[in-house]
Ligand binder design. Structure first.
Ligand code: RIB
Ligand code: CA
Length: 313
């Protein structure tokens, strides 16, 4: 089967970085048409810088990287330096990138690519706030039916929120954008905290990265060492959830995941529950099913895939 053509929309973030590496290490499964950075974990100047750092680490200075939106559609930006550090890629020392940032705005790249590529052949993989995606939909509604699938990291239901008691960070930062994306009627696969919290960076798993003896393995081990301290302290867990790579792993080995096609609505009115992904898991309403909510993962299989592919870089 031909590799799946994707656009990654991202706010690196250590877990974003691992997702980008996994995609670039899997050319037989995935063709990355371009990567658009969005403001999220850290401000846009850093997320676009970090995206280029990761592409160079993967040996892909040719990858087209674009800067997208620097703030949510209607709200002030909320960032997560407390999790990812001041640079967004804290852990190892990282030199500034030398590869270029594209001049074109990330939103225009998304629009142009979807208009150019044959309809139904491009998958969008947002792993940060949904500002770029929703802005593209608002600017060019004609691209919506041309999208093959959206596979995103975001949301939570039984696992509840990580930035507020009811909201997951990516959705919370730009709930209005999320409402547009979840209401667009595009085939939508969601990797919420319910599934990512089952994919913890345990010590043996991090040691496997370090045992690769490669720069990529060392960087990923250093990132996860840094990234996990917050979650381990907060949840008392043995490691941190490796959120964003779940989207890419799904594109490569979908059988690693199980979920349910349900209705998911986004809270945009109540400040108390702002950004909540209200998931009709038990189908108690007649709201239209608009997303596949993934809630099971073969964590051992996920980490085996990750280690196998990252060892290629
Ligand atoms: O809530 C987890 C999500 O927020 C991940 O995408 C992480 O990178 C942060 O952006
Ligand atoms: Ca992210």
């Amino acid at each position: 089967m031909a590799p799946r053509k994707i656009i990654i929309d991202t706010d690196p973030g250590q877990d974003d970085a691992v997702a980008i590496l996994l995609a670039l290490a899997s050319p037989e499964d995935i063709t990355v048409l371009g990567i658009t950075a969005v403001a999220g974990n850290v401000p846009l100047p850093l997320t676009q810088r970090n995206t280029r750092i990761v592409c160079e680490l993967a040996g892909r200075p040719d990858m087209m990287v674009f800067a997208g939106c620097d703030a949510p559609m209607q709200r002030a930006l909320v960032t997560a330096e407390h999790v990812h550090g001041k640079t967004g890629l804290d852990g190892p020392q990282m030199a500034d990138p030398t590869m270029p940032l594209q001049d074109q705005h990330g939103v225009d790249f998304i629009i142009e690519t979807l208009r150019r590529e044959p309809s139904g052949t491009v998958t969008l993989c947002p792993i940060g706030p949904l500002t770029n995606i929703a802005t593209a939909f608002e600017k060019a509604p004609d691209i919506i039916p041309r999208i093959h699938e959206i596979v995103l990291m975001g949301g939570a239901y039984f696992t509840v929120g990580n930035i507020t008691p009811t909201a997951e960070f990516n959705i919370y930062v730009d709930p209005e954008a999320a409402k547009i994306v979840f209401g667009a009627r595009v085939p939508l696969t969601v990797m919420p905290l319910d599934v990512t919290h089952q994919a913890l960076t345990t010590r043996p798993r991090i040691d496997a990265f370090r045992a690769m003896g490669t720069k990529v393995g060392d960087m990923v081990a250093a990132w996860t060492d840094f990234f996990e301290r917050f979650d381990m302290e907060k949840y008392g867990s043995e490691g941190a959830p490796l959120h964003d790579p779940c989207t890419i792993a799904y594109l490569i080995e979908p059988q690693l995941f199980k979920g349910r096609h349900v209705n998911i609505e986004i809270e945009t009115q109540s400040e108390l529950t702002m950004g909540m992904t209200v998931t009709d898991w038990w189908r108690v309403t007649d709201r239209p099913k608009n997303a596949t909510f993934m809630n099971e993962i073969d964590a051992a299989g996920f980490y085996a895939l990750l280690a196998g592919r990252l060892a290629r870089l």
